[in-house]
Design a binder for this molecule. Structure first.
Ligand SMILES: NC(=O)c1ccc[n+]([C@@H]2O[C@H](COP(=O)([O-])OP(=O)(O)OC[C@H]3O[C@@H](n4cnc5c(N)ncnc54)[C@H](OP(=O)(O)O)[C@@H]3O)[C@@H](O)[C@H]2O)c1
Length: 283
Protein backbone atom coordinates (compact mmCIF):
# COMPACT_ATOMS: atom_id res chain seq x y z
CA UNK A 1 0.00 0.00 0.00
CA UNK A 2 2.81 2.41 0.94
CA UNK A 3 4.49 1.67 -2.40
CA UNK A 4 1.21 2.38 -4.25
CA UNK A 5 0.74 5.68 -2.40
CA UNK A 6 4.31 6.68 -3.22
CA UNK A 7 3.73 5.87 -6.87
CA UNK A 8 0.46 7.82 -7.07
CA UNK A 9 0.66 11.16 -8.87
CA UNK A 10 0.88 14.23 -6.64
CA UNK A 11 -2.42 15.98 -5.83
CA UNK A 12 -3.37 18.49 -8.51
CA UNK A 13 -4.42 22.10 -7.79
CA UNK A 14 -4.74 25.03 -10.21
CA UNK A 15 -5.89 28.60 -10.70
CA UNK A 16 -8.50 29.34 -13.39
CA UNK A 17 -8.83 32.77 -14.99
CA UNK A 18 -8.80 34.81 -18.19
CA UNK A 19 -6.09 36.05 -18.65
CA UNK A 20 -3.99 33.78 -16.44
CA UNK A 21 -0.44 33.66 -17.79
CA UNK A 22 0.83 36.36 -15.38
CA UNK A 23 -0.36 34.49 -12.27
CA UNK A 24 2.20 34.00 -9.51
CA UNK A 25 0.02 31.44 -7.71
CA UNK A 26 1.93 28.37 -9.04
CA UNK A 27 5.19 29.73 -7.62
CA UNK A 28 3.54 30.58 -4.27
CA UNK A 29 1.88 27.17 -3.81
CA UNK A 30 5.01 25.32 -4.91
CA UNK A 31 6.97 27.18 -2.19
CA UNK A 32 4.23 26.41 0.37
CA UNK A 33 4.32 22.71 -0.59
CA UNK A 34 8.13 22.56 -0.23
CA UNK A 35 7.97 24.34 3.12
CA UNK A 36 5.25 22.07 4.58
CA UNK A 37 6.37 18.81 2.97
CA UNK A 38 3.13 18.40 0.97
CA UNK A 39 3.15 16.38 -2.26
CA UNK A 40 1.22 18.39 -4.86
CA UNK A 41 1.53 20.29 -8.09
CA UNK A 42 -0.22 23.52 -9.03
CA UNK A 43 -0.64 25.06 -12.47
CA UNK A 44 -2.67 27.67 -14.37
CA UNK A 45 -5.73 26.95 -16.51
CA UNK A 46 -6.92 29.50 -19.08
CA UNK A 47 -10.73 29.41 -19.29
CA UNK A 48 -12.75 30.86 -22.16
CA UNK A 49 -15.59 33.18 -21.17
CA UNK A 50 -18.66 30.98 -20.73
CA UNK A 51 -16.51 27.90 -20.15
CA UNK A 52 -16.09 27.88 -16.37
CA UNK A 53 -18.60 25.15 -15.48
CA UNK A 54 -17.16 22.79 -18.09
CA UNK A 55 -13.59 23.57 -17.01
CA UNK A 56 -14.35 22.85 -13.34
CA UNK A 57 -16.08 19.59 -14.30
CA UNK A 58 -13.12 18.52 -16.45
CA UNK A 59 -10.69 19.38 -13.66
CA UNK A 60 -12.62 17.33 -11.09
CA UNK A 61 -13.08 14.48 -13.59
CA UNK A 62 -9.32 14.25 -14.09
CA UNK A 63 -8.74 13.92 -10.32
CA UNK A 64 -8.12 17.60 -9.48
CA UNK A 65 -8.41 18.43 -5.77
CA UNK A 66 -8.85 22.19 -5.50
CA UNK A 67 -8.98 25.42 -7.47
CA UNK A 68 -8.33 29.11 -7.10
CA UNK A 69 -10.62 31.29 -9.19
CA UNK A 70 -9.58 34.71 -10.41
CA UNK A 71 -10.71 37.53 -12.73
CA UNK A 72 -13.33 37.47 -14.22
CA UNK A 73 -14.93 34.34 -12.76
CA UNK A 74 -15.27 34.91 -9.00
CA UNK A 75 -18.99 35.72 -9.02
CA UNK A 76 -19.80 32.97 -11.55
CA UNK A 77 -17.91 30.45 -9.40
CA UNK A 78 -20.04 31.45 -6.40
CA UNK A 79 -23.17 30.72 -8.44
CA UNK A 80 -21.79 27.34 -9.58
CA UNK A 81 -20.77 26.11 -6.11
CA UNK A 82 -23.07 23.60 -4.38
CA UNK A 83 -22.35 25.21 -1.01
CA UNK A 84 -20.56 28.34 0.18
CA UNK A 85 -18.76 29.35 3.35
CA UNK A 86 -20.43 32.18 5.24
CA UNK A 87 -17.85 34.70 4.03
CA UNK A 88 -18.16 33.59 0.39
CA UNK A 89 -21.94 33.74 0.65
CA UNK A 90 -21.76 37.28 2.03
CA UNK A 91 -19.32 38.30 -0.69
CA UNK A 92 -21.23 36.61 -3.51
CA UNK A 93 -17.78 35.80 -4.89
CA UNK A 94 -15.43 32.83 -4.57
CA UNK A 95 -11.66 32.55 -4.96
CA UNK A 96 -11.16 29.03 -3.58
CA UNK A 97 -12.95 25.78 -4.46
CA UNK A 98 -12.62 22.20 -3.33
CA UNK A 99 -14.72 19.08 -3.71
CA UNK A 100 -16.33 16.90 -1.05
CA UNK A 101 -16.30 13.09 -1.17
CA UNK A 102 -19.35 13.02 -3.47
CA UNK A 103 -17.90 15.61 -5.85
CA UNK A 104 -19.97 18.53 -4.61
CA UNK A 105 -18.25 21.91 -5.13
CA UNK A 106 -17.50 23.87 -1.92
CA UNK A 107 -16.76 27.60 -2.43
CA UNK A 108 -14.84 29.93 -0.12
CA UNK A 109 -13.35 33.41 -0.30
CA UNK A 110 -9.95 34.07 1.31
CA UNK A 111 -9.36 37.55 -0.21
CA UNK A 112 -10.58 39.42 2.87
CA UNK A 113 -8.61 37.25 5.29
CA UNK A 114 -5.52 37.72 3.10
CA UNK A 115 -5.87 41.50 3.02
CA UNK A 116 -6.44 41.75 6.78
CA UNK A 117 -3.41 39.56 7.50
CA UNK A 118 -1.22 41.76 5.30
CA UNK A 119 -2.58 45.04 6.69
CA UNK A 120 -2.76 44.17 10.37
CA UNK A 121 0.07 41.68 10.81
CA UNK A 122 2.64 42.39 8.08
CA UNK A 123 2.14 46.18 7.85
CA UNK A 124 0.96 46.77 11.44
CA UNK A 125 -1.86 49.03 10.18
CA UNK A 126 -4.66 49.48 12.74
CA UNK A 127 -8.20 49.60 11.32
CA UNK A 128 -10.51 50.17 14.30
CA UNK A 129 -11.84 53.75 14.44
CA UNK A 130 -9.89 54.67 11.27
CA UNK A 131 -11.06 56.44 8.09
CA UNK A 132 -10.95 54.16 5.04
CA UNK A 133 -11.41 54.99 1.36
CA UNK A 134 -11.93 52.08 -1.06
CA UNK A 135 -11.60 52.74 -4.79
CA UNK A 136 -13.51 50.26 -6.98
CA UNK A 137 -16.61 48.10 -6.62
CA UNK A 138 -15.72 44.86 -8.41
CA UNK A 139 -15.16 41.28 -7.30
CA UNK A 140 -12.19 42.09 -5.08
CA UNK A 141 -14.19 44.66 -3.09
CA UNK A 142 -16.97 42.11 -2.57
CA UNK A 143 -14.43 39.85 -0.86
CA UNK A 144 -12.77 42.48 1.36
CA UNK A 145 -15.73 44.64 2.44
CA UNK A 146 -17.26 42.52 5.20
CA UNK A 147 -13.90 41.65 6.83
CA UNK A 148 -12.98 45.37 6.81
CA UNK A 149 -16.37 46.37 8.26
CA UNK A 150 -15.92 43.75 11.01
CA UNK A 151 -12.77 45.65 12.11
CA UNK A 152 -15.05 48.55 13.11
CA UNK A 153 -13.46 51.45 11.27
CA UNK A 154 -15.04 54.86 11.95
CA UNK A 155 -15.78 55.38 8.28
CA UNK A 156 -15.64 53.49 4.97
CA UNK A 157 -16.28 55.31 1.70
CA UNK A 158 -16.50 53.26 -1.51
CA UNK A 159 -15.88 55.30 -4.66
CA UNK A 160 -16.29 53.83 -8.13
CA UNK A 161 -16.34 54.97 -11.76
CA UNK A 162 -19.80 53.38 -12.17
CA UNK A 163 -21.50 54.86 -9.15
CA UNK A 164 -24.42 52.40 -9.26
CA UNK A 165 -22.09 49.47 -8.51
CA UNK A 166 -20.72 51.25 -5.43
CA UNK A 167 -24.22 52.08 -4.21
CA UNK A 168 -25.40 48.53 -4.70
CA UNK A 169 -22.47 47.20 -2.63
CA UNK A 170 -23.29 49.73 0.09
CA UNK A 171 -26.88 48.46 0.20
CA UNK A 172 -25.84 44.82 0.12
CA UNK A 173 -23.35 45.14 2.98
CA UNK A 174 -25.27 47.62 5.15
CA UNK A 175 -26.45 44.73 7.36
CA UNK A 176 -22.86 44.13 8.57
CA UNK A 177 -21.74 47.77 8.87
CA UNK A 178 -22.24 47.97 12.65
CA UNK A 179 -21.46 51.51 13.83
CA UNK A 180 -19.31 52.29 10.78
CA UNK A 181 -20.28 55.40 8.79
CA UNK A 182 -20.56 53.61 5.43
CA UNK A 183 -20.84 55.75 2.27
CA UNK A 184 -20.76 55.15 -1.49
CA UNK A 185 -20.38 57.50 -4.43
CA UNK A 186 -18.38 58.53 -7.47
CA UNK A 187 -14.73 59.65 -7.54
CA UNK A 188 -15.86 63.29 -7.70
CA UNK A 189 -17.80 62.85 -4.43
CA UNK A 190 -14.72 61.78 -2.42
CA UNK A 191 -14.33 64.00 0.62
CA UNK A 192 -11.20 66.17 0.32
CA UNK A 193 -10.03 65.32 3.85
CA UNK A 194 -7.30 62.91 4.99
CA UNK A 195 -7.93 59.15 5.18
CA UNK A 196 -5.89 56.72 7.28
CA UNK A 197 -6.00 54.04 4.59
CA UNK A 198 -6.78 54.27 0.86
CA UNK A 199 -7.21 50.91 -0.90
CA UNK A 200 -7.06 50.93 -4.69
CA UNK A 201 -9.19 47.97 -5.75
CA UNK A 202 -9.80 49.25 -9.27
CA UNK A 203 -8.22 47.62 -12.29
CA UNK A 204 -6.95 51.09 -13.35
CA UNK A 205 -3.32 50.29 -12.46
CA UNK A 206 -3.45 47.34 -14.88
CA UNK A 207 -4.04 49.91 -17.63
CA UNK A 208 -1.38 52.29 -16.26
CA UNK A 209 -4.14 54.67 -15.16
CA UNK A 210 -5.08 56.43 -11.94
CA UNK A 211 -8.61 57.22 -10.73
CA UNK A 212 -9.15 61.01 -10.29
CA UNK A 213 -8.52 61.64 -6.59
CA UNK A 214 -8.34 64.82 -4.50
CA UNK A 215 -4.80 65.37 -3.20
CA UNK A 216 -6.26 66.36 0.18
CA UNK A 217 -7.35 62.78 0.92
CA UNK A 218 -3.68 61.91 1.63
CA UNK A 219 -1.82 63.10 4.74
CA UNK A 220 1.52 62.16 6.29
CA UNK A 221 -0.11 59.26 8.22
CA UNK A 222 -1.95 57.75 5.19
CA UNK A 223 -1.25 54.22 3.95
CA UNK A 224 -1.90 53.89 0.20
CA UNK A 225 -2.47 50.20 -0.61
CA UNK A 226 -2.84 49.01 -4.23
CA UNK A 227 -4.38 45.54 -4.57
CA UNK A 228 -2.46 45.19 -7.81
CA UNK A 229 1.13 43.97 -7.57
CA UNK A 230 3.94 44.71 -10.00
CA UNK A 231 7.74 44.79 -10.02
CA UNK A 232 7.60 48.61 -10.30
CA UNK A 233 5.47 50.95 -8.15
CA UNK A 234 1.97 51.29 -9.65
CA UNK A 235 0.57 54.69 -10.78
CA UNK A 236 -1.51 54.76 -7.57
CA UNK A 237 1.54 54.06 -5.38
CA UNK A 238 3.54 56.76 -7.17
CA UNK A 239 0.65 59.19 -6.72
CA UNK A 240 0.41 58.41 -2.98
CA UNK A 241 4.14 58.91 -2.51
CA UNK A 242 3.98 62.22 -4.41
CA UNK A 243 1.20 63.43 -2.07
CA UNK A 244 3.37 62.65 0.99
CA UNK A 245 1.70 59.42 2.18
CA UNK A 246 3.40 57.57 5.05
CA UNK A 247 3.64 54.42 2.91
CA UNK A 248 2.54 53.16 -0.50
CA UNK A 249 2.53 49.38 -0.95
CA UNK A 250 1.29 46.87 -3.52
CA UNK A 251 -0.89 43.79 -3.07
CA UNK A 252 1.79 41.11 -3.18
CA UNK A 253 1.46 40.52 0.57
CA UNK A 254 -2.31 40.05 0.20
CA UNK A 255 -1.76 37.68 -2.73
CA UNK A 256 0.51 35.44 -0.65
CA UNK A 257 -1.72 35.64 2.44
CA UNK A 258 -4.94 34.75 0.57
CA UNK A 259 -3.03 31.85 -1.02
CA UNK A 260 -1.89 30.64 2.42
CA UNK A 261 -5.49 30.64 3.64
CA UNK A 262 -6.54 28.62 0.56
CA UNK A 263 -3.64 26.19 1.10
CA UNK A 264 -4.81 25.67 4.70
CA UNK A 265 -8.35 24.87 3.51
CA UNK A 266 -7.01 22.26 1.06
CA UNK A 267 -4.16 20.72 3.04
CA UNK A 268 -5.04 21.38 6.70
CA UNK A 269 -1.74 23.16 7.39
CA UNK A 270 -1.08 26.93 7.40
CA UNK A 271 2.21 27.80 5.69
CA UNK A 272 4.57 30.55 6.83
CA UNK A 273 4.28 33.52 4.50
CA UNK A 274 7.15 35.94 5.28
CA UNK A 275 9.83 33.92 3.43
CA UNK A 276 7.52 33.41 0.45
CA UNK A 277 6.73 37.15 0.21
CA UNK A 278 10.48 37.86 0.38
CA UNK A 279 11.21 35.26 -2.33
CA UNK A 280 8.61 36.80 -4.65
CA UNK A 281 10.09 40.26 -4.10
CA UNK A 282 13.41 39.09 -5.53
CA UNK A 283 13.98 40.59 -9.01
N1 LIG B 1 -3.51 41.22 -4.33
C1 LIG B 1 -4.49 40.32 -4.44
O1 LIG B 1 -4.45 39.25 -3.83
C2 LIG B 1 -5.68 40.65 -5.29
C3 LIG B 1 -6.88 39.93 -5.12
C4 LIG B 1 -7.97 40.29 -5.91
C5 LIG B 1 -7.87 41.31 -6.86
N2 LIG B 1 -6.68 41.97 -7.01
C6 LIG B 1 -6.56 43.09 -7.98
O2 LIG B 1 -7.59 44.02 -7.71
C7 LIG B 1 -7.98 44.67 -8.91
C8 LIG B 1 -9.50 44.59 -9.09
O3 LIG B 1 -9.87 43.23 -9.24
P1 LIG B 1 -11.43 42.81 -9.34
O4 LIG B 1 -11.46 41.33 -9.26
O5 LIG B 1 -12.25 43.57 -8.36
O6 LIG B 1 -11.77 43.30 -10.82
P2 LIG B 1 -13.22 43.62 -11.43
O7 LIG B 1 -14.27 42.82 -10.75
O8 LIG B 1 -13.06 43.50 -12.90
O9 LIG B 1 -13.49 45.18 -11.05
C9 LIG B 1 -12.70 46.18 -11.62
C10 LIG B 1 -12.93 47.51 -10.90
O10 LIG B 1 -11.99 48.46 -11.42
C11 LIG B 1 -12.71 49.59 -11.95
N3 LIG B 1 -11.94 50.12 -13.09
C12 LIG B 1 -11.48 49.40 -14.14
N4 LIG B 1 -10.75 50.21 -14.96
C13 LIG B 1 -10.77 51.45 -14.39
C14 LIG B 1 -10.20 52.69 -14.75
N5 LIG B 1 -9.47 52.83 -15.86
N6 LIG B 1 -10.40 53.75 -13.93
C15 LIG B 1 -11.14 53.63 -12.81
N7 LIG B 1 -11.70 52.47 -12.41
C16 LIG B 1 -11.53 51.38 -13.20
C17 LIG B 1 -14.08 49.08 -12.30
O11 LIG B 1 -14.98 50.16 -12.33
P3 LIG B 1 -16.41 50.04 -13.09
O12 LIG B 1 -17.33 49.35 -12.12
O13 LIG B 1 -16.76 51.46 -13.35
O14 LIG B 1 -16.17 49.23 -14.34
C18 LIG B 1 -14.33 48.11 -11.11
O15 LIG B 1 -14.70 48.81 -9.95
C19 LIG B 1 -7.18 44.00 -10.03
O16 LIG B 1 -6.04 44.81 -10.30
C20 LIG B 1 -6.76 42.68 -9.42
O17 LIG B 1 -5.55 42.20 -9.99
C21 LIG B 1 -5.60 41.66 -6.24
Amino acid sequence: MALLDFDAPPDHYAVMGNPIHHSRSPQIHTLFAQQTGQRLYYDTIFVELGGLEQAIGNFYGSGGRGLNITVPFKEEAAALADSLSERASLAGAVNTLHFDSSGKIIGDNTDGAGLLQDLQHNLQQPLAAKRLLILGAGGAVRGILAPLLHCQPANITIANRSVGRAESLQQQFSAVKGHCDFQAGSFTQIEAAPYDLIINATAASLQGELPPLPAACVASHTLCYDLMYAPQPTPFMRWGEAQGAARAVDGLGMLVEQAAAAFAIWRGVMPQTAAVIAALRQP
